[in-house]
Design a binder for this molecule. Structure first.
Ligand code: GLC
Length: 548
């Protein structure tokens, strides 16, 4: 199947639409909103995990891979969703969390009870001494990555929360179980899969991190990664003509990604990499703020666009997901230029080579949640880091400010449908506080606005679906040295696009060879094409020409 004309929409199910008043989004709620998604024009919906989980990490701590948490609904609800989505030409993509399970998972529970078979499903090691873990690795959510279990007199590895125990992929049984889970969902009509932190499954070794950090060099893109992915592909989704797969690749490299998502590598269809979203991390540290390094971001886009294109590999394009603060607040201006900057970011991304992902609410320019009290946060990473940063001596105000900028909960508040009670998300009490500006920013208001962000997304999606130039055109960087404009061309045969994006509020001058160009899309009504152009605040324009 060619997937080059597709656009994926990500739903964080807990926060999309509640249909029964329990304050949680659910499958029936999604069914109610399918027409909305159909109007937007997307082809696939990726759902974050909806199966049984203690919800320590909102479903990424899987207790049961095959049963829906009843708060989301039942298999019958899902089947109805699947039928209704198919009627609208929408496919479904499920999230497979295979690096770890919840410690409440039956496998872990059996292991705890002493079952030798299941002990081998996890990564257990002896400590260096009494009370001393096997190595100094830190969990990605803070604290040691190891937890001691007295019954085993051994420690288990958890790269994430202490309730998320890493699976041992060197064990063929584990690999078979994972393929079986994919096959289970295939047998229920799911042919799209997103694989959670899938480049962490092959651990290289278990030595101390010399930098006293999280140990990532010992478990990222490990030696057996490509072998495991090929095996999983063959044993499951690779048997489907029409599969669509994406791997979430943590701190990965281009060299590995060209293989993960290479046309002929029989691993995955595309990858999420995160380098372009770390440009506002000071010294690579997520919890240290700095303004986005725009030049670094441009360089990263160019590197990945060209690197992947030369190797015939495919990128997933995204600004937002459930783990990232909202892009309009982060790289745009969510106040005075909310519409302009939201559209600019959309254009800059959607016209690149790859498959765009739209995260719920992005299409109406939802800003960060801007919580003001720690009690409003639900995310385990945020609540952990809050304590850690306070312990390090930062003031409460400082830490709350950092969370307002960086917390994953910024993206996890309920979808804003209306200006009414709880933004039309639920009749009950939402599981998490609503974001502060829902009365002003919501689907109802946005769609009623002249030149809405929603309509802009509709156009971009339509262009992806209908224009081979957008799907297949060669990516060519231009104006590489420009300090406020991100620009590139797409070229296919005699057709050409020139995409110019001013990432700042300050007007930006650019010089182009304007001959033959017409404006295909702009976020300002009256963009005129000429050799010397001054792009207004966050102005973004797509120019088209056919070369003689
Ligand atoms: C991925 C998920 C994130 C989760 C983590 C552990 O990064 O996107 O939400 O916390 O993996 O499963």
């Amino acid at each position: 199947m060619s997937f080059k004309d597709k656009v994926v929409y990500q739903i964080y199910p807990k926060s999309f639409q509640d249909s029964d008043g329990d304050g949680w989004g659910d499958i029936r709620g999604v069914i109610q909103r399918l027409d909305y998604l159909h109007e937007l024009g997307i082809n696939y919906i990726w759902f974050n995990p909806m199966t049984v989980s203690p919800q320590r990490d909102n479903g990424y701590d899987v207790q049961d891979y095959r049963t829906f948490d009843p708060r989301y609904g039942t298999m019958e609800d899902f089947e109805e969703l699947s039928r209704e989505a198919a009627k609208r030409g929408i496919g479904l993509m499920f999230d497979m969390v295979f690096n770890h399970t919840s410690t409440e998972h039956e496998w872990f529970q059996k292991a705890l009870a002493g079952d030798e078979k299941y002990k081998k499903y996890y990564i257990l090691r002896k400590g260096k001494g009494p009370g001393v873990p096997p190595n100094n690795w830190q969990s990605k959510f803070g604290g040691s990555a190891w937890e001691y279990v007295e019954a085993w007199d051994a420690w288990y590895l958890h790269l994430y929360d202490v309730t998320q125990a890493d699976l041992d992929w060197t064990n063929p049984e584990v690999r078979r179980e994972c393929a079986d889970i994919v096959n289970y969902w295939r047998s229920h009509g799911v042919h799209g899969f997103r694989f959670d932190v899938i480049n962490l499954i092959s651990k290289r070794s278990f030595e101390d991190d010399p930098n006293n950090y999280d140990g990532r060099q010992f478990y990222t893109d490990g030696p057996m990664e490509h072998v495991y992915l090929k095996e999983l592909n063959q044993a499951s989704f690779g048997q489907d003509e029409d599969h669509l797969t994406v791997g979430e690749m943590s701190s990965t490299t281009l060299e590995n990604c060209v293989q993960y998502a290479g046309e002929d590598s029989n691993e995955l269809d595309m990858v999420f990499s995160f380098h372009h979203l770390k440009v506002d991390y000071k010294n690579q540290m997520k919890w240290e703020l700095q303004d986005a390094d725009f030049m670094a971001m441009k360089k990263l886009f160019t590197k990945w666009q060209i690197g992947m294109q030369e190797a015939h590999a495919w990128n997933a394009l995204f600004w937002n997901c459930h783990d990232q603060p909202r892009s309009v607040s982060r790289f745009g201006n969510d106040d005075r230029y909310r519409r302009e900057s939201a559209k600019m970011l959309a254009t800059a991304l959607h016209m690149m080579r790859g498959i765009p992902y739209v995260y719920m609410g992005e299409e109406i320019g939802m800003p960060n949640a801007y919580f003001t009290d720690i009690s409003q946060y639900r995310d385990v990473e945020s609540t952990n880091i809050y304590k850690i940063l306070l312990d390090e001596g930062k003031s409460k105000e400082e830490v709350l400010h950092i969370l307002q900028e960086r917390s994953r909960d910024n993206a996890r508040t309920p979808m804003q449908w209306t200006s009414g009670k709880n933004a039309g998300f639920t009749q009950g009490t939402p599981w998490i506080t609503m974001a502060s500006r829902y009365e002003e920013v919501n689907v109802e208001k946005e769609r009623a606005a002249k030149d809405s962000i929603f309509a802009h997304y509709q156009k971009l999606i339509e262009m992806r679906k209908t224009m081979p130039l957008v799907q297949d055109g060669l990516y060519v960087p231009v104006l590489e040295e420009h300090e406020s404009v991100f620009a590139y061309k797409r070229v296919l045969g005699d057709e050409e696009l020139l995409v110019l994006n001013n990432f700042y509020e300050t007007p930006a001058d650019v010089t182009i060879d304007a001959k033959g160009y017409t404006v295909l899309l702009s976020n300002y009504a009256d963009t005129a094409v000429q050799d010397a152009m001054t792009l207004r605040p966050y102005e973004s324009v797509v120019l088209y020409r056919r070369n003689a």
